[in-house]
Design a binder for this molecule. Structure first.
Ligand code: ATP
Length: 285
């Protein structure tokens, strides 16, 4: 795997502790490197579902994108190693991911101001990525990690991220429940375009997280993830009955079936920071 020398670290200097997470693609451990606490993500061996070449390329891309992303709401890259196994080391986020956090306080909801703060963190990270032509493609609560004071979130897992280029992007595409409708369609690329989808897939996933933060419910709760995706394709969306009125237009535009009708993250951050300022000034009165 060709990875810039400056990003490589010696794996014998990484001490691995208890397992703290993992998904389909990796196992994640608490660790120590260079006298600081880190998270050590060890890639699963290349299975039969992809070629060795694709597997290495995916790892290379994850390292490249994560190492270049420097933003307060994106988990910090520390280094990578390819021997003896492919490993990515990042800063340790001791409070884990948003999915677990929301489940642990359920059925209670998050305080409104905190949930708007969280959505603003996500929107800012995404605004930064999209400005750099990167599509995340797997935006979901288990890829959002809580900061030490639990007041903010950082985005992790660039395993499915891609640079937005003018070639058709096929292949792995996110996690069913949070997946945009255009990703599950089997239709060919629209006439005159070379892609079936673009960065607006992240805006759709964002809308479901916004809904989840405001309700503390899982979107399409009780529905099998694949069936939830069928619903999405049929333009069915979670209910907005218990959503504060001022967020309904934002939600409805972000989850529009037509991706071109979804706003850019720049507009979303503008709107959310306005709401947050209003909430803060009301508190001060
Ligand atoms: P999936 O296939 O589900 O997308 P993955 O194999 O790509 O997962 P990640 O999403 O990067 O792996 O990490 C899996 C889990 O490990 C996260 O949900 C989180 O709980 C934990 N984790 C990852 N990175 C960190 C970190 N820097 N600090 C603390 N925990 C982390």
């Amino acid at each position: 795997v060709e990875i810039d020398e400056s990003l490589l670290i010696d794996s014998s200097e990484v001490y691995i502790g208890r397992m703290i997470g993992g998904g389909g693609r990796s196992a994640v451990y608490e660790g120590l490197y260079d006298s600081r606490s880190v998270a050590v993500k060890i890639m699963q061996p290349c299975g039969e579902s992809m070629t060795n070449q694709d597997y290495k390329e995916r790892f290379r891309r994850e390292v490249m994108l994560l190492s270049r992303a420097t933003h307060q709401n994106i988990v910090k890259f520390v280094g990578a190693s390819v021997k003896p196994v492919m490993t990515i080391v990042t800063e340790l986020m001791t409070h884990g991911n948003l999915h677990k956090h929301l489940s642990s306080i359920r059925p209670a909801k998050l305080d409104l101001k905190l949930s708007i703060g969280y959505t603003l963190d996500i929107a800012r990270a995404m605004e930064y990525l999209h400005a750099n032509n990167i599509i995340h493609r797997d935006l979901k609560p288990s890829n959002l990690l809580l900061t030490e004071d639990k007041q903010h979130l950082k985005l992790a897992d660039f395993g499915l991220s891609r640079e937005e280029v003018s070639t058709e992007m096929t292949g792995e595409i996110g996690t069913y429940r949070w997946m945009a409708p255009e990703l599950c369609s089997i239709e060919p690329c629209p006439r005159g375009t070379r892609t079936r989808y673009d960065h607006k897939v992240d805006v759709y996933s964002f809308s479901l997280i916004l809904w989840e933060l405001l309700t503390n419910k899982t979107p399409f709760h009780g529905r099998d993830p694949i069936l939830a995706t069928f619903d999405t394709c049929r333009n069915i969306r979670p209910s907005v009955d218990s959503i504060p009125e001022e967020f309904i237009p934002l939600l409805e535009s972000c989850w529009a079936q037509d991706p071109s009708r979804r706003p850019e993250f720049t507009e979303i951050t503008g709107f959310l920071s306005g709401v947050l300022d209003k909430l803060t000034s009301e508190e001060e009165v």
